[in-house]
Design a protein around this ligand. Sequence first.
Ligand SMILES: [Fe+2]
Ligand SMILES: [Fe+2]
Length: 172
Amino acid sequence: MVKVYRCKICGEGYIGDEMPSHCPFCGAHKDRIVLANQWSWPKFELTDISRKNLEEALTLEISNFEFYFCAAKKTDNEADQTMFKRLAKIEREHADTISKLLNADGPDISKKKDSCNPDNTDNLRESHEREENAIKHYSAFLSQATEERVKEVFSAIIEIEKDHLSLTEGRI
Ligand SMILES: [Fe+2]
Ligand SMILES: [Fe+2]
């Protein structure tokens, strides 16, 4: 029998027989997923330092969305197109999650065509650099956070971006 599950990071729901190994929306690992009736979005007070860090994280996620959206269009390789499109949607979900933590209206996202390189190999390499850069920043933001909710979201997103790193390993 199908059940409704919910991701504690992005808050999205999933309907299925079993819990997915990763959130299909934000990529969070299984231990962040619960039955929908067992969790609700936490309310908390944001500190000034976390506000500043989340704003920086939002800019980074939007830029990575734009990059992956562009990269998907530059290659004829359908497997790479599929990967870049999924990565774009995941980074978009991260941007949505972060703006929700900031109580903002939602990310200001454009679909510019010039946010990446013309060559696919360069985009695979840049993907790796962008994920490394995100992990570096989020690790610093995590260590500066005092709110449990902010710590939870940054640790989950670090795990997800590490998964992304492994996708391009061996190809660059
Ligand atoms: Fe999620
Ligand atoms: Fe991300």
